[in-house]
Design a protein around this ligand. Structure first.
Ligand code: DX5
Ligand code: ZN
Length: 230
């Protein structure tokens, strides 16, 4: 009797993992970035905070440039700053590949998105937990990605907000209805216990910080997040 032969021709793992270094060991940042380089993570997520839009501060251009010199994954830069328009070119020059601005910080969001694209970066808009996804309807087709915050921005290691599921499903419907290829990213409180259900709800890109960098074996954790629910 012939044995059945199974040949896996394509990858079944469709969601992307963006590793956030917010809670990494900054005294050994190069080692942390090299760990991400050698892992199954797809992107390196950098949280930029100004102490005004969010109640915390992180790092500026010289640090991003140095991270860029070591990182082998595209830089997924999440701006939590007011008036991001002033700095779009500077973030591009520092090494940003994907650039996210917050809906709540942009008066002329359409113009901001066009500028990000013209500078050669992939544009994305982030929504705070209280901001409805329907507000993006008129620019959805121009976006590489929508980032739904699943915690209030400012800190790593917070608890996932369950009401985010409805926002994800609603946004997924809006994107599917129009036939766009806009991705859905979520950021905050992602872990091994919720990632499969969230992928099922429609999330394409998962930011994970604390879950990765507080794990005993961060590389193995990235592997498990990457393969959850598939
Ligand atoms: C929060 C940041 C997140 C943060 C997520 O404002 O935008 O990127 O690193 O952290 P975890 O995965 O620890 O919730
Ligand atoms: Zn972030």
């Amino acid at each position: 009797m012939k044995k059945a032969i199974f040949v896996k021709t394509t990858s079944m793992y469709k969601h992307l993992i963006s590793a956030s270094i917010l809670n990494a060991d900054f005294l050994h940042l190069e080692d942390e970035i090299r760990m991400v380089n050698d892992s199954e993570a797809d992107l390196l997520h950098l949280d930029i905070m100004d102490g005004v839009f969010v109640p915390n501060l992180t790092f500026g251009f010289p640090v991003i440039r140095q991270i860029r010199s070591v990182a082998e994954k595209p830089l997924d830069v999440h701006l939590m700053i007011i008036n991001p328009d002033r700095y779009l070119e500077a973030y591009r020059d520092a090494g940003a590949d994907w650039l996210t601005v917050h809906y709540e910080t942009c008066t002329h969001l359409h113009r901001t998105i066009q500028n990000i694209s013209e500078l050669g970066m992939k544009p994305s808009v982030s929504l705070n937990p209280h901001t409805d996804v329907s507000l993006l309807e008129n620019i959805l087709g121009d976006l590489n990605m929508v980032l739904i915050m699943t915690v209030n921005p400012g800190f790593g290691g917070q608890k996932f907000i369950p009401a985010s599921y409805d926002k994800i499903r609603k946004l997924k419907k809006m994107i599917t209805k129009k036939g766009y290829d806009t991705r859905i990213q979520i950021d905050g409180g992602v872990n091994e216990g919720n990632i499969a259900g969230l992928a099922e709800a429609g999330v394409d890109v998962f930011v994970a910080g604390n879950t990765i960098f507080s794990a005993d074996d961060p590389t193995a954790m990235i592997h498990r997040l990457k393969h959850s629910g598939n």
